[in-house]
Each structure stands twice: as structure tokens, then as C-alpha cells.
Design a protein around this ligand. Structure first.
Ligand code: ATP
Ligand code: I3S
Ligand code: MG
Length: 343
């Protein structure tokens, strides 16, 4: 049991409280898994061995990204330990989490999936790199980003700042773009958003409030914190539809399309714990992916911890099968051994 069923985890205390982690510990014990919180300030070697590492290190990765030496030291130590123990199952691999954190890269990955064949898209986007107005106009034009558009910070997790956004309605207020940032065409969707929560091969979706419809106009920039918009109990005035939009018929999501999105993005990001935010465009009925999050809140996911442990068990089993296979006849060194034995 010691080496094959030992889970190390690391999450912030805030996250652990939010998701009632004690419940998961109980389930692990029931299924004969030993589980412990890794101390990132101590030698990792002295806390091993373990065969699964489950984490939400996004805040520390974000700080590392901003040049914080302590965070950089922690992440390097974790990466070094993982590379010295390649049999550890990491949920999710740190390079893949890094890729997802960078919004521009994240949207580029979605764009490259070929999901457009199924009426699924990610709104046009580009990186705004400076406060030079002419340059910005050109960058928007090249990527076909239309007004209104949302400006999102480059880094998608890890601080309050990562969630401060604005909606820009015209060229006059381009100066409000907080460069560097990602600009993304605003998709009218009648203030309803669907959050798809993925745990390995399982997924679940919930409906949430979202931003109301907006149109190109001469109005001033609107700034908002994304955390005020799409939580289960959010009641932002930005989510209240204008009278002329109230009669727009609500389009119910097709679970098969949401499943296609969940399966495709899980493979594209090579991550098991993701949340995907989807809106249905009023004018086309197409599904727009506007955000992907690492290890989301899973608020409303039924039997969350059974699903999480099932995901871990299936990864452990897969790994064991691969290992068995490697020490079977297919392994070249064993072929040599067999050959020697037979002569
Ligand atoms: N392209 C878009 N068109 C229309 N509305 C959008 C678009 N992108 C984002 N939104 C709205 O803005 C909100 C915040 O955007 P986004 O999800 O990218 O921010 P975030 O900080 O990553 O949020 P989260 O806390 O969910 O990770 C969404 O919940 C949605 O209501
Ligand atoms: O579960 P949903 O509704 O998708 O919300 C997630 C947000 O999208 C993330 O941005 C939050 O992460 P950060 O606080 O690490 O940015 C993330 O925070 P958490 O780690 O505190 O759960 C979630 O709140
Ligand atoms: Mg996000």
C-alpha cells in the first residue's frame, strides 16, 4: 500500500476550506489511500515516496511568473522532484497548468482544436501589447476583433488583478485597454453562461448569470471584476437584460455539444481538472468558449469526491498497466533475457 496508494496534495488553505477537503480525506481512507498535505517549505524527498501528486499551485505559479524569488524556488523544487520521480502521477502537470494560465495561449489552444466543425468557437482574440493607439487598431484589425470587446489580463489566475476586466465600445476609449492584455470580441448571449466542470472522463454543467447584451456605441468603457458576475449567487447590475432584450428566446444547451467540448478540451490541454465557461451566441446559436480554468470550484458537482477518487484510481490503474507492460515481453531488455533463456 505504501508506495502504490499514497497521495500527496497541495492547495491553499482558502481552497481547502472552500471545497470541504476533509470529506475527500475520509473517502481516501475508506478506499485504502493514504493522503497527506505536502509541506512546500521542507525537503520533498524527506516526505516521499508518494505516487500521486494532486495540486492547485496556480497562485504560486502566477507569482513565479511575476518574478517572485520564493515562489520560483518552490515551483523549481516541485518540478525537480517530479522529474527525478517520473512514475508520480501529477494532477495536473505543471507545464500544462502554465499553458492554461496564459490567456492568449489558452485561447490559441482552443482555436486549434477544430471544434468549429461542431458549431463551437472561441471569440476572436488578440494580444494588445502597448498603449500605442495605431498599433492597437492594427492588432485588433489583424485578428478581426470587433467592438465591443473585453480586455482580459494576460494571466488568468492567481491574483485579484487576474480578474479585473473592461469592455471597450469604440476607438475613442481604446486608451482604457490595460496593456499588455488579451482583447476578445464580446459575444451577446442574453446574460446566461454555462460552466462545464471536468474531472477526468466525467463532467457536469451548471447554468450561471453572465453579462447582458452589449453593442458597439459611443459609450464609455465599463470596468468590472469577473468574480462579481458569474458566481452562483452573483447579482450584478451588468447582468440585468435591457428591456428590448428580454423577449429574446432562451436557447437551452445541448448536453452532447457540452460533452464534446469537455472531452476535446481535456485532451487538448492534457489536464483532468478543468472548468470551461461557455456562452450560446444569440444571433447564431453557436457555442462560444470564453474561459478555461484550472482546478475550478466544482460548485454543484454531484458526488465530487467520488468522481475525483475515481479519476485518480483510473490513472493509477493505467500507469500500473503501462508499467506491467514494460516489464513484460514487450520490453527490449526482457526480449533479450527471454532469448538468452531459450538458448
Ligand atoms: N467574449 C465574451 N463575450 C461575452 N461575455 C464574456 C466574454 N468573455 C467573458 N465574458 C463574461 O465575462 C465574465 C468573466 O470573463 P472570464 O471568465 O474570462 O474571466 P475570469 O476572470 O477568467 O473568470 P473566472 O473567475 O470564471 O475564471 C464571464 O463569466 C462572462 O460573463
Ligand atoms: O469554479 P468557477 O466558478 O469556475 O470559479 C473558479 C474561477 O474561475 C477561478 O478563476 C478561481 O481561481 P483563482 O482564484 O485561482 O483565480 C477559482 O477559485 P478557487 O481555487 O478558489 O476555487 C474558482 O473560483
Ligand atoms: Mg478564468
Amino acid at each position: 500500500m505504501y508506495s502504490s496508494n499514497r497521495i500527496a496534495y497541495w492547495m491553499s488553505d482558502k481552497k481547502l476550506q472552500k471545497i470541504n477537503w476533509k470529506e475527500f480525506e475520509k473517502i481516501c481512507i475508506k478506499y485504502n489511500f493514504e493522503i497527506f498535505k505536502l509541506d512546500l517549505n521542507k525537503s520533498l524527498e524527506s516526505q516521499g515516496p508518494f505516487n500521486v501528486f494532486l495540486h492547485k499551485l496556480t497562485d504560486i505559479i502566477a507569482l513565479e511568473n511575476q518574478g517572485d524569488p520564493k515562489s520560483s524556488h518552490i515551483i523549481k523544487a516541485v518540478e525537480c522532484y517530479i522529474s527525478e520521480h517520473p512514475s508520480i502521477i501529477v494532477i495536473d502537470p505543471i507545464p500544462n497548468v502554465r499553458r492554461l494560465l496564459a490567456r492568449y495561449q489558452c485561447y490559441s489552444i482552443i482555436h486549434a482544436t477544430g471544434l468549429h466543425k461542431y458549431g463551437i468557437f472561441t471569440p476572436n482574440f488578440c494580444e494588445i501589447t502597448s498603449y500605442d493607439k495605431e498599433k492597437t487598431i492594427q492588432q485588433l484589425k489583424d485578428a478581426n476583433v470587433r467592438y465591443p470587446f473585453i480586455c482580459k489580463p494576460l494571466l488568468g489566475h492567481g491574483s485579484k488583478k487576474a480578474h479585473e476586466m473592461c469592455i471597450i465600445f469604440n476607438e475613442k476609449y481604446l486608451k482604457d485597454c490595460r496593456a499588455p492584455c488579451v482583447a476578445q470580441t464580446f459575444i451577446n448571449h442574453n446574460a446566461i453562461l454555462y460552466k462545464i466542470f471536468v474531472i477526468g472522463q466525467q463532467f457536469y454543467f451548471v447554468e450561471r448569470p453572465s453579462l447582458k447584451n452589449f453593442y458597439e456605441s459611443d459609450r464609455k468603457t465599463i470596468c468590472f471584476a469577473s468574480s462579481d458576475i458569474s458566481r452562483a449567487n452573483s447579482q450584478s447590475s451588468l447582468s440585468v437584460l435591457d428591456p428590448e432584450d428580454i423577449s429574446v428566446q432562451e436557447i437551452k444547451p445541448n448536453p452532447k455539444i457540452l460533452q464534446k467540448i469537455a472531452e476535446t478540451l481535456r485532451l487538448a490541454f492534457e489536464m483532468d481538472l478543468i472548468g470551461i465557461d461557455v456562452v450560446i451566441e444569440n444571433s447564431t446559436g453557436k457555442y462560444g468558449i470564453v474561459d478555461v480554468n484550472a482546478y475550478p470550484g466544482y460548485d454543484g458537482f454531484p458526488n465530487l469526491y467520488d468522481a475525483l477518487l475515481q479519476c485518480i484510481i483510473s490513472k493509477v490503474n493505467n500507469k500500473n498497466q503501462i508499467t506491467d507492460c514494460m516489464i513484460s515481453n514487450d520490453n527490449p531488455s526482457n526480449i533479450v533475457l527471454n532469448h538468452l533463456n531459450n538458448t
